[in-house]
Write a protein that binds this ligand. Structure first.
Ligand code: NAG
Ligand code: NAG
Length: 355
């Protein structure tokens, strides 16, 4: 009897513990809807890394060394390459996650240093459509909205849903690719697939003002922005505390990775930040002065395999999957016949021309 009683006490104790943990998580959910999941982040960082691969044969067949190592059960639906603007993205299906993955490549400029220096001077120069007072930088906006990226990705998502049925969509990217991922996620949430979209980016810059950040969070609460230690890019374009209404402003929720300890006892803390987007105790508490910290997240390399190139490597047999427009921009599609049908439909739907 005694034994039973103490067992009950232990069980009761466990229940209380569970309740308090669940309670804490609930609070976080109510705040922005985003819950940080370390395992998911370490899977998505592999996609954000793979999309940098310039050998499209390996990427298309998912055999590149950055591809097949960690994630096996993945099928590329489409690779979108905007040759004019040197942009690359892919859409595929992760069967383990039961999700459509959209991944955007970061910048491919000659020098990451120059690209970062340019970020200081980006102006909040255009209004985000339909959001009073929301301003963004035109470069980020047009990279997604005014290139072949948007129609390519929308078609590929449609194709994935036609083949696999309804699935959630996870959008990811690193650096400039993270900026494009969040604009894509927002577009999907507003115009296409509300409630099913999740965004997780790595080392992305700020893209808009406080009004934009606030709308963003309303439409797309399920967003995590991972920042790494002293990575400089999340600090740019700058946040001016003394001009809160005029400055760039991040949306939540930041998760800041930083190292503590010395020598062989260093370990990484993953801090879930507050719901403001500009938590002063997260990456903003340190100087953003590192490019090295920008190029590696969770130990995964996030950069071009060769800088200074929009160079594309492709086997002749892969070219048969290619649909090219008059400017040389193209998509590689596993289901090119389906894509063509979808294209035709979409064009008649909204008059937007794609490939
Ligand atoms: C975190 O994500 C992984 C991969 O999607 C999933 O298997 C796991 O259940 C998730 N954990 C929680 C607590 O949601
Ligand atoms: C958007 O794209 C169109 C067609 O490519 C181009 O003519 C236009 O200048 C672009 N707009 C901006 C502001 O870049």
């Amino acid at each position: 009897m005694d034994r039973n009683a103490s067992l009950k006490a232990v069980l009761l104790g466990c229940c209380c513990l569970l309740f308090s943990v669940a309670g804490a998580r609930e609070l976080r959910v109510q705040h922005t809807g985003a819950v940080y999941n370390h395992t998911l982040a370490t899977i998505l960082v592999e996609y954000a890394s793979a999309v940098y691969v310039s050998d499209l044969t390996e990427l298309f067949s998912w055999t590149c060394s950055r591809c097949d190592g960690v994630i096996e059960d993945f099928e590329i639906i489409e690779i979108v390459v905007d040759v004019q603007h040197c942009l690359q993205a892919f859409v595929g299906v992760d069967k383990d996650l039961n999700a459509i993955i959209v991944a955007f490549r970061g910048t491919q400029e000659h020098s990451i240093q120059n690209w970062v220096e340019d970020l200081y001077w980006k102006q909040l120069d255009i209004s985000y459509p339909g959001m009073p007072d929301a301003m963004v930088h035109h470069g980020f906006y047009f990279a997604y909205h005014n290139t072949t990226m948007r129609p390519g990705i929308l078609n590929a998502i449609k194709t994935a849903k036609d083949i696999y049925g309804e699935m959630n969509i996870i959008v990811t990217g690193h650096s400039m690719g993270g900026a494009m991922a969040s604009l894509c996620g927002l577009d999907l949430a507003i115009n296409h697939y509300a409630n099913e979209v999740q965004v997780l980016t790595f080392g992305q810059p700020r893209i808009g003002n406080a009004a934009f950040a606030s709308y963003y969070t309303q439409f797309l609460p399920n967003t995590i922005r991972v920042t790494n230690d002293h990575d400089i890019v999340p600090h740019l374009p700058p946040y001016y505390t003394h001009f809160p209404q005029k400055t760039y402003h991040h949306f939540p929720r930041e998760v800041w990775l930083y190292n503590i300890g010395v020598g062989s006892l260093v370990y990484t803390v993953e801090k879930v930040c507050d719901g403001s987007g500009e938590d002063p105790y997260c990456s903003r508490s340190v100087t953003g002065n590192s490019i090295t910290d920008h190029l590696s997240y969770y130990g995964v390399e996030l950069m071009a395999d060769t800088w200074n190139s929009c160079k594309i490597v492709m086997d002749p047999h892969v070219k048969q999957y290619r649909n090219e427009d008059v400017h040389g921009n193209f998509i590689l599609s596993k289901k090119s016949s389906i894509i063509r049908n979808v294209d035709t439909k979409r064009n008649s739907d909204d008059g937007r021309s794609s490939f």
